[in-house]
Design a protein around this ligand. Structure first.
Ligand SMILES: NC(=O)c1ccc[n+]([C@@H]2O[C@H](COP(=O)([O-])OP(=O)(O)OC[C@H]3O[C@@H](n4cnc5c(N)ncnc54)[C@H](OP(=O)(O)O)[C@@H]3O)[C@@H](O)[C@H]2O)c1
Length: 282
């Protein structure tokens, strides 16, 4: 794509940023939609974050995605932050508008859209979910489940205090509860669950597998893993073997990119099989 002088610019700010698939993902959409625009990898050290963002805004960028380790700094930097991002405690999408930085978080959107697309039969308002892990990504996942209407969420994390802090933060001003259990109770917690979500980094390439016995999990329960490298994690392979419907984590990555793209480039991008194949081939 040859850019004109009016090209719209956006990018992803991270440190490091070379591992990010976002430049190729947005580049694919820009190409497909014939948009005069570019999306760049922007490697910014933590101590330079505010300076870099101020410069990008002054240079006329439409906005940026923000990734590790800047998501909390982005929350502080923004002039306005939407209530969901504030609840999650992190910003991953910034739109520059009229000299202001407007922050939001699209991880929750990405997670729920992936489930809606790939497990359309799941009735969120009646469901019981078991969520494993209470790290940064779990906050977006649980906020998404709450907003989708889930009232029964069971949360287990190796470090119980982290799960308790998350549950306290995310239950403020919300109906429904998050029940925190000990990590050792994860097998029995699966009884009568409709949805099982792994948000830990276990099962990721280079990490140990998640040790879980799925025998108490109903066969109709949807099992999803937000880890997407490998695409079929040991957990998803086990669930498939047991006959459970499974949803991999790649869709979350693809769908979370949609709100930013639409805001910066003014067109609605589509997540389909062709895009999945393109991103998997990177
Ligand atoms: N699909 C997507 O779009 C998407 C988006 C975001 C993240 N992710 C993936 O999600 C995973 C988690 O990301 P994150 O940002 O939440 O990471 P994080 O903040 O570092 O949290 C890591 C989580 O994994 C748990 N954990 C790590 N090692 C463990 C072990 N040996 N035994 C039990 N639990 C263990 C941690 O428990 P403790 O609290 O006890 O340490 C914590 O709950 C990563 O693999 C990331 O790539 C995917």
């Amino acid at each position: 794509m040859i850019l004109s002088g009016k090209a719209r610019l956006a990018g992803v700010v991270g440190w490091p940023v070379s591992h990010s698939k976002s430049p190729q993902l947005h580049g694919y959409w820009l190409e497909q939609l014939g948009i005069d625009g570019a999306y760049l990898p922007l490697a910014v050290e933590p101590e330079s974050f505010d300076l870099a963002l101020t410069g990008l805004m002054a240079a006329g960028f439409q906005g940026v995605n923000v990734t590790v380790p800047h998501k909390e700094a982005a929350l502080q930097f923004c002039d306005e932050v939407d209530p969901l991002a504030r609840r999650i405690g992190a910003v991953n999408t910034i739109v520059f508008r009229e000299g202001k930085a407007i922050g939001s978080n699209s991880d929750a959107f990405g997670f729920i859209e992936n489930l809606r697309q790939n497990a359309p039969g799941l009735n969120f308002s009646l469901a019981k979910a078991v969520v494993l892990g209470a790290g940064g990504a779990a906050r977006g996942v649980i906020a998404a489940l709450q907003d989708a209407g889930l009232r029964d969420i069971v949360l287990l994390n190796r470090t119980r205090s982290r799960a308790e802090a998350l549950a306290e933060d995310l239950c403020k001003d919300q109906t429904g509860t998050i029940r925190v259990l000990d990590w050792e109770e994860r097998n029995s917690a699966l009884e009568s669950a409709d949805l099982l979500v792994n948000t830990t980094s276990l099962g990721m390439a280079g990490q140990p597998a998640l040790e879980l016995d799925l025998s108490a999990l109903p066969q109709s329960a949807v099992v999803t893993d937000i880890v997407y490298a490998p695409l079929i994690t040991p957990l998803l392979a086990l669930a498939q073997k047991q006959g459970n419907p499974v949803v991999d984590g790649l869709g979350m990555l693809l769908h979370q990119a949609r709100p930013g793209f639409e805001a910066w480039f003014g067109a609605k991008p589509v997540v389909n099989e062709e895009l999945r194949k393109f991103v998997l081939a990177i």
